[in-house]
Design a protein around this ligand. Structure first.
Ligand code: ZN
Ligand code: ZN
Length: 413
């Protein structure tokens, strides 16, 4: 395991030759051609091509569009490096010269940057294969945004078909003045659950509500009452967000439909809060349906939960130390856990430590012009992940390669 200063020095040396023009070309090409979850064929092929050219043994088609590259230089630790490949159904509004050419699809979460960083880090580590010993496994994961790509890769044999990791490392681009590397031991991202609710009513003529059980009114009561779950049943020291993201019912002005559907999303940071909120949601849904006299119990299904992401404290301290050595002590901050969620942690086999950090990327001029006083006020004022205006600054291309290379080197023998 290399000392932080040595790993940082070696990283600067190994990445000094990387051309930022090449990085920008690769990145802008990915940005122009975004692909939705599990359809990342072109993106996966680009990554696989780079890995093959660098001498990695590449397996494509893991869970459909997943890519795994393995490079072993001898005995030593096995380090897994991960990037996600997919884009979002967002219409890009940045006006950038390399804006999305795929209408209605955009790399609005910066996964194109993640792939660029990973490909270039893989190149740099391969070019320096005589200075380290161990195995680097590079993972291009499909479908982080929708569909559970990490779980799909595990189901497709990720843990059996490739060398077992000693550590799993990953990073995400985030808003913030360029040059910060938020790190955190323990809880870094929240658990996410989706809940589908179906309210069964009795349909009929809009002029004769007395002959119906109106599911729209019942579902509206549910939405309103759910607003008290977090505000009245979760303590101030705990964290939870409950959002009704979809409310569907009805077809015509004068028809009372026979059902209404609600789609909920829940974010929590503690398993007991998660259990409590889910059971409160269930209680509210059941209770409102009973109060309305619904003819059948409501449909209630909890689907596609991502677990909370808990960084290993020792590993995070180690990687943060290398990043401090690289970028300066003030560059590594703890901004607290976020309510966002990730399936990154599912890639790690049981008991394998992982670390996940952020790289801030708002262009300096945009950050300075944003209203607000401190970091957090400005953070809320600049375009964030999933915004049609999300546009990371080109100055983060090289630093995001160095974060990965240095973190890997700190572990490799
Ligand atoms: Zn996202
Ligand atoms: Zn993302």
């Amino acid at each position: 395991m290399a000392e932080p200063d040595a790993a940082a020095r070696l990283t600067v040396e190994l990445t000094a030759g990387l051309s930022t023009a090449d990085l920008a070309d690769f990145y802008q090409d990915l940005h122009r051609h975004p692909e939705l979850s599990f359809r990342e064929h072109r993106t996966a092929a680009k990554l696989a091509g780079r890995l093959k050219a660098a001498g990695y043994q590449v397996t494509e088609g893991v869970a459909g569009t997943g890519v795994v590259g393995v490079l072993s230089t001898g005995a030593g630790p096995v380090v897994w490096l991960r990037a996600d490949l997919d884009a979002l159904p967002v219409e890009e509004a940045t006006g950038l010269p390399y804006a999305s050419a795929a209408g209605g699809v955009m790399h609005a979460c910066g996964h194109d940057l993640h792939v660029t960083w990973l490909a270039a880090a893989a190149d740099a580590l391969a070019a320096a294969r005589d200075v380290w010993s161990g195995t680097v496994v590079v993972i291009g994961q499909p479908a982080e945004e929708a569909g559970g790509g990490a779980a799909a890769m595990v189901a497709d044999g990720l843990h059996e078909r490739f060398p077992r990791p000693d550590v799993l490392l990953g990073q995400h681009v985030a808003p913030g003045p360029p040059g910060l590397y938020p790190h955190r031991a323990g809880l870094v991202m929240s658990a996410s659950d989706d809940v589908d609710v179906v309210v069964h009513g009795v349909g009929g003529h809009g002029s004769r509500p007395e002959a119906t059980v109106d599911p729209i009114v019942t579902a509206a009561h549910i939405v309103t009452r759910l607003q008290t779950v977090v505000s009245r049943e979760v303590a101030a020291r705990e964290s939870a967000v409950l959002t009704v993201g979809r409310f569907e019912a009805g077809t015509e002005h004068n028809v009372i439909p026979d059902r209404a559907r609600l789609a909920l999303n829940l974010r929590t940071q503690d398993p007991s809060v998660r259990r409590r909120v889910l059971s409160a949601v269930r209680r509210v849904v059941d209770g409102e349906c009973r109060a309305a006299g619904c003819p059948a119990p409501p449909g209630f299904e909890v689907v596609s939960g991502y677990p909370a992401t808990f960084n290993d404290a020792g590993l995070d301290a180690e990687v943060a130390a290398v990043h401090r050595a690289l970028f300066g002590a003030q560059s590594v901050i703890d901004a607290g856990p976020v309510m966002g969620s990730e399936d990154f942690s599912l890639l790690a086999p049981e008991g394998v430590p992982y670390d996940y950090w952020f790289v801030t990327s708002t262009p300096a001029a945009v950050w300075e012009a944003a209203p607000g006083e401190g970091l957090l006020e400005k953070f809320d004022a600049v375009p964030g992940n999933h915004s049609p205006l999300f546009a990371p600054d080109a100055s983060v291309l090289l630093p995001g390669v160095r974060t990965l290379v240095s973190a890997a080197l700190s572990r490799l023998a």
